[in-house]
Design a protein around this ligand. Structure first.
Ligand SMILES: [Zn+2]
Length: 296
């Protein structure tokens, strides 16, 4: 099956916005404006809108703005084989840019990608975003990776849920960029970027962070269960004390003397059984210090 069988459906507002950005300053802009102005003279509203949509779609193809989408799909035959539709919609902002799988009951999944007009108008940025997002989606469709939504039952609904989800997000990005880096599809500098993020997320590991990072970036056969176990518990056999809050092993747990009273109070609200003598890891200390400041 080839990419051409999975037709891309673009939201007209995204197509229009991306074309307007991409054509600005180009030699073809004057002709584009002249041709576009004709549609303002169409009296019938529906006819005018349809005219604009068709016109912008033609320029979208002429400016090759669709090419990164087609290329990204060709790199992921598993998505082409499994999905029924691919919708591309306009994201509200950079932080809203993502790919999702919509799985209607009893039907084949729909791939939904949300991107900003600015990203679509910048092919290199779009290519990088799509490679990363589509590899996440390919993992979700891969029976060997065995993706499952949600967090472990002992984490769900508790004070650790947000932290575990964030750790999982960081780990999955490490695993995605590692594979893309080995195929030469992302800049070599991403290893250092992902290691920085990993070290921040798993700050309690201290000097052990780089060694713990390597299997997620440098190896191909990680599974959802591997990632989630590490996100929730850190390295399985770590012979270290564990932080009572995030349950990650920590080399240095801050004792009560190092924690201001308002931080201790913020911790006690989430963990009534916690005692200052238990200590906390540096990351939790920082998290609850900022939470105490925010609520003050
Ligand atoms: Zn902690």
């Amino acid at each position: 099956m080839t990419a051409s069988r999975l037709a891309l459906e673009y939201e007209p507002r995204l197509v229009e916005g991306a074309v307007l950005l991409a054509v600005a300053g180009r030699a073809a802009e004057r002709r584009f404006r002249a041709e576009r102005d004709r549609f303002y003279r169409v009296a019938d509203g529906a006819e005018r809108e349809m005219g604009f949509d068709t016109f912008h779609a033609a320029w979208f193809a002429r400016l090759a703005l669709d090419r990164p989408f087609c290329e990204a799909l060709e790199e992921q035959p598993a998505i082409v084989a499994r999905c029924a539709r691919w919708l591309v919609a306009r994201a509200r902002g950079r932080s809203d840019e993502a790919a999702d799988l919509l799985v209607p009951h009893g039907a084949r999944p729909t791939l939904l990608v949300r991107v900003t007009c600015e990203t679509v108008a910048a092919p290199e940025a779009l290519r990088l975003l799509l490679r990363r997002e589509l590899l996440h989606v390919a993992d979700m469709l891969d029976p060997r990776f065995a993706y499952a939504p949600g967090v472990p039952a002992d984490v769900a609904g508790g004070p650790r849920e947000r932290l575990v989800r964030e750790n999982y997000r960081v780990l999955w990005n490490v695993y995605v960029d590692g594979r893309l880096a080995r195929r030469g599809l992302v800049p070599a500098s991403v290893r250092a970027e992902r290691l920085r993020e990993f070290t921040r997320a798993f700050a309690p590991l201290g000097d052990a962070a780089a060694a713990a990072f390597a299997p997620f970036f440098d190896e191909n056969d990680r599974t959802h269960a591997d990632l989630m176990a590490f996100a929730a518990r850190g390295p399985g056999a770590a012979p270290l004390p564990r932080c009572r809050l995030c349950e990650l092993p920590g080399l240095t747990l801050s004792a009560d003397a190092a924690l201001p009273a308002h931080t201790r109070a913020a911790i006690a609200r989430d963990f009534p059984a916690w005692r200052p003598a238990d200590g906390v890891c540096a990351r939790c200390a920082e998290l609850y210090a900022s939470r105490a400041t925010a609520s003050a």
